[in-house]
Ligand binder design. Structure first.
Ligand SMILES: [Zn+2]
Length: 409
C-alpha cells in the first residue's frame, strides 16, 4: 500500500478510535449519574426529566458511533477503490476537461449523499421521534433533503467549476484568486441566506406585541440597531427552542424560534436575546468571520501546494489522474488537521459563550439567564453530567452546569 495512503488511513482510524474512547467515557459519566439530579438543579429539574436527558444522551451516543463507523467505511471504500474507479470510468467516456472533472466529483458527491440520506432519516424520524423532538413528517423530510441537495448542486456546482477552471488556467497562485472570490461569497452569504435560502425552509413573521416592545427596549438600552425582529416557524421540524442573529451592520436580523417563544417567559427570552447581544458587543461574529477568512487562506495555500505535487496521486495509489482527484485528495489531506483545529475553535467559542453570559448578567441580571439555560437544558434533554474530556472535544458551548455555576458566582 502506498505510504501516503497508509499514513492517512492510520490517522483517520486513530481519530475514530479516540472518538470511540471519548464516547465510552461520556456514556459512563451519563449512566453513572442517571439516578441523581446534580445538587444545583434539584429544585429546577425533576428526576424524570433528568433520566430522560440521560437516556437521550446515551441513544445519541450509540447513533453517533454507528454513523461514525459508516463514515469510516465510506472513506475507506472511497480511498481504496471508488475515487480511482470513477475517474477510470470517466476517462473512458471523455477526454480531460472541466466537465469530466465535474462529472467525477458529482458522481462521488451523489453516492455520498445517498448513503447519508437514510442515516439522516434515522436520526430525525426514529431517534428524535422517540424522544418527542421530531415534528417532521416523512414528506417534509424528503422535501427538505431534495431542496438542500438541489441548492448544493446549484451553488456548489458553479463554485467547483470555477475552482477547476482557476486550477487549469491561472498560475500556481490560482488559490489566491479562489480565496478572494470565496471571501466575497462569505460576505454575501448572510444576505443570500436571509433573502433566498431561509425562506425556502421556513416562514418569518415580524414579532409583535409586549415581547417585541420589551426586546426593542433592551436593544435601545444596549445601543443596538437591528434590521428587524422575526419569529420563525421552527416548530414544523423540531420542538427545540433557539434564537439567532444574522447579517451585518444595521441590516442584521434577530430571529426567535416559535418553540422558544412557546416555552419561555418574557424574562427568559429577554435574557437569551441579551446573551446574543453580548456576542455582538464583543465582536464575536466579526472575529469568527476574520478567523474564517484567515483559515480559508491557509487551507487554500496548503491545498494549492498539495494539488501540484507529482507525488500526491501516486501516494494515494491513484492510477487515473484527473485534476478533480488532485483537488479532492489535497482537500482531504489538508482537512486531516481539522479535528485539531476544531479543538482550538471550541476553546475560543467557549470563552465567547462566557463573555456573552457575562454581558447578559450585566444587562438583565443572572436569574433570568440561569432560568433560561436550565429550561433549555431540560427541554432539549441535554445532559447535566457530561464527561469533561468528551465535552472539551465536542462542545462549542460550555456545559450548562458550568455556565450556571459561573453566573451564580
Ligand atoms: Zn452564545
Amino acid at each position: 500500500m502506498p505510504n501516503l495512503l497508509l499514513a492517512y488511513l492510520a490517522w483517520t482510524i486513530a481519530w475514530h478510535g479516540f472518538e470511540f474512547y471519548l464516547g465510552r467515557r461520556q456514556a459512563a459519566s451519563v449512566r453513572g449519574h442517571r439516578d441523581a439530579v446534580p445538587a444545583a438543579f434539584v429544585a429546577s429539574v425533576p428526576i424524570a426529566d433528568h433520566r430522560r436527558a440521560a437516556d437521550y444522551s446515551l441513544a445519541r451516543l450509540r447513533f453517533g458511533e454507528f454513523a461514525g463507523a459508516i463514515d469510516l467505511a465510506v472513506s475507506l471504500v472511497g480511498l481504496l477503490w471508488a475515487f480511482d474507479a470513477v475517474a477510470g470510468l470517466a476517462a473512458i467516456w471523455a477526454p480531460p476537461s472541466i466537465l469530466r472533472s465535474l462529472l467525477i466529483l458529482g458522481v462521488l458527491w451523489v453516492c455520498g449523499s445517498l448513503i447519508g440520506l437514510p442515516i439522516g432519516a434515522w436520526r430525525d424520524l426514529v431517534l428524535e421521534q422517540r424522544f418527542g423532538f421530531n415534528r417532521k413528517s416523512t414528506g417534509l423530510f424528503i422535501r427538505d433533503a431534495l431542496t438542500s441537495l438541489g441548492l448544493t448542486a446549484l451553488i456548489g456546482g458553479p463554485v467547483v467549476a470555477g475552482i477547476l477552471w482557476a486550477m487549469r488556467d491561472l498560475s500556481g497562485y490560482w488559490w489566491v484568486w479562489v480565496w478572494a472570490a470565496l471571501t466575497l461569497v462569505m460576505f454575501a452569504a448572510p444576505t443570500i441566506h436571509v433573502r433566498i435560502v431561509a425562506p425556502l425552509f421556513n416562514r418569518f413573521t415580524p414579532l409583535q406585541g409586549e415581547l417585541a416592545d420589551r426586546i426593542e427596549g433592551l436593544l435601545a438600552r444596549c445601543g443596538f440597531r437591528s434590521g428587524g425582529l422575526f419569529q420563525m416557524d421552527a416548530s414544523k421540524r423540531s420542538s427545540r427552542g433557539n434564537a439567532y442573529f444574522i447579517g451585518f451592520g444595521p441590516t442584521k436580523r434577530i430571529v426567535l424560534f416559535d418553540t422558544l417563544l412557546d416555552k419561555h417567559d418574557t424574562d427568559e427570552i429577554e435574557a437569551v436575546v441579551a446573551h446574543e447581544l453580548g456576542h455582538f458587543r464583543h465582536h464575536h461574529t466579526l472575529f469568527g468571520m476574520l478567523r474564517g477568512i484567515v483559515g480559508l487562506f491557509v487551507m487554500l495555500a496548503v491545498v494549492g501546494w498539495l494539488a501540484r505535487q507529482p507525488w500526491l496521486l501516486p501516494g494515494f495509489g491513484i492510477r487515473h489522474a484527473d485534476p478533480a482527484l488532485a483537488l479532492l485528495l489535497a482537500v482531504l489531506l489538508a482537512g486531516a488537521v481539522s479535528p485539531l483545529l476544531g479543538l482550538l475553535g471550541n476553546v475560543v467559542s467557549r470563552r465567547h459563550e462566557f463573555q456573552a453570559d457575562d454581558f447578559a448578567r450585566r444587562t438583565v441580571g443572572a436569574a433570568p439567564m440561569i432560568s433560561a439555560l436550565t429550561r433549555l437544558a431540560r427541554d432539549n434533554a441535554s445532559t447535566l453530567t457530561p464527561d469533561r474530556l468528551f465535552s472539551l472535544v465536542h462542545d462549542t458551548h460550555p456545559p450548562v452546569p458550568v455556565r450556571v455555576a459561573r453566573l451564580v458566582a
